[in-house]
Unconditional design. Structure first.
Length: 329
């Protein structure tokens, strides 16, 4: 897997946690459900589910792949709007080409992250590059939606391109886990992503049998999602496998452990996302790509979109899309 790797022995280490530690217990294990998104690519979605408030301030987690596309099979999400939150796209294998109505965009690939603050409104597309469409290949990534508080829902749209090598790399106490801090902070080490809502978002590779223990802000919620492999969550060792999300209860630290034997599709160890943030505790009105506080604001968003006030598809991309469609069909 081409997400950035490093020799953990050379990295700053997470602190040894003094006993007694207020370890967070596992509140729930949620199985990600399968959905089709965009032009029809499959995602596993641990949330939103029955209880969206568990994930607050996060709104959605879509795990894309891992999938080995054949020639002509790769799919994306053509032009669509967003308002009222942020989309965070992390691509581990393969690539997405992103273009938006404020001139942002680029290739998201091999461990890089694209952080798009939709705020007041944006149009964008997220498509596999031509080479991936034509030749096929491995594709594996994640899209996370981070909510914005009421006073920032209509903020000016913003785009951050975070290269794989910008991630802050840390090691667990004994070097058995590699931690990539994408946004927020872990044990005083800041990641590159700038967020409005206070969150921490990281990708860890935990070697077979190794433990990863982390201090975690008491006022954040805490979740661990498994990209591949198997392990256990919490001091109580609750089994946690690929496609499952552990939601932790209150406390000041988290602990997880990789199983001693890993499946063939996860040869480097247990691949997990660890995420948490300060819950907003605000009402949520959502309709497709719009997430606001009230139904009236959703109606306004739809009117604004139809009137072109969320942005326009750049003319050169209209032309590009047409020629690409003709080539493929
Ligand atoms: Mn989108």
């Amino acid at each position: 897997m081409p997400a950035v790797t490093a020799d953990t022995l050379t990295l700053p280490r997470l602190p040894e946690l003094a006993e007694p530690t207020a370890w967070r217990g596992v509140h729930r294990i949620i199985q990600g459900r399968r959905f089709l998104e965009g032009e029809g690519f499959q995602v596993r979605r641990p949330f939103p589910g029955v209880d969206l408030s568990l994930a607050d301030p996060f709104l959605l987690l879509d795990h894309m792949g891992a999938v080995e596309y054949g020639p002509g099979e790769a799919k994306g999400a053509p032009w669509h709007p967003h308002r009222g939150f942020e989309t965070v796209t992390y691509i581990i294998d393969g690539a997405f080409e992103h273009t938006d109505s404020i001139g942002g965009g680029g290739l998201i690939t091999n461990g890089s992250t694209q952080w798009m603050t939709a705020g007041a409104g944006i149009l964008h597309n997220e498509m596999p590059p031509q080479e991936l469409v034509i030749k096929g290949g491995l594709f594996h990534g994640v899209q996370l939606w981070v909510n914005l508080p009421r006073e920032l829902k209509m903020v000016t749209p913003r785009y951050q391109d975070i290269d794989a090598h910008d991630a802050t790399l840390l090691s667990s106490v004994d070097g058995g886990a590699l931690v990539r801090v994408i946004a927020g902070s872990l044990a005083g080490h800041d990641g590159p992503g700038v967020t409005y809502t206070p969150i921490t978002y990281l990708h860890a590779t935990v070697s077979p049998g190794a433990q990863l223990a982390m201090p975690w802000p008491e006022d954040f919620n805490a979740m661990v999602y498994v990209l591949s492999g198997r392990g256990t969550a919490g001091e109580e060792d609750r089994p946690l496998d690929e496609g499952q999300l552990a939601v932790f209860g209150p406390g000041t630290a988290l602990t997880v452990r990789a199983a001693g034997r890993q499946p063939a599709n996860s040869p480097t160890g247990w691949e997990i996302l660890v995420l948490g943030g300060q819950p907003l505790h605000e009402p949520i009105a959502r309709y497709g790509p719009f997430v606001m506080n009230t139904r009236q604001e959703i109606v306004q968003a739809m009117e604004d979109y139809q009137a072109g006030r969320l942005g326009q598809i750049p003319a050169e991309h209209l032309a590009h899309r047409t020629s690409a469609d003709e080539r493929l069909t």
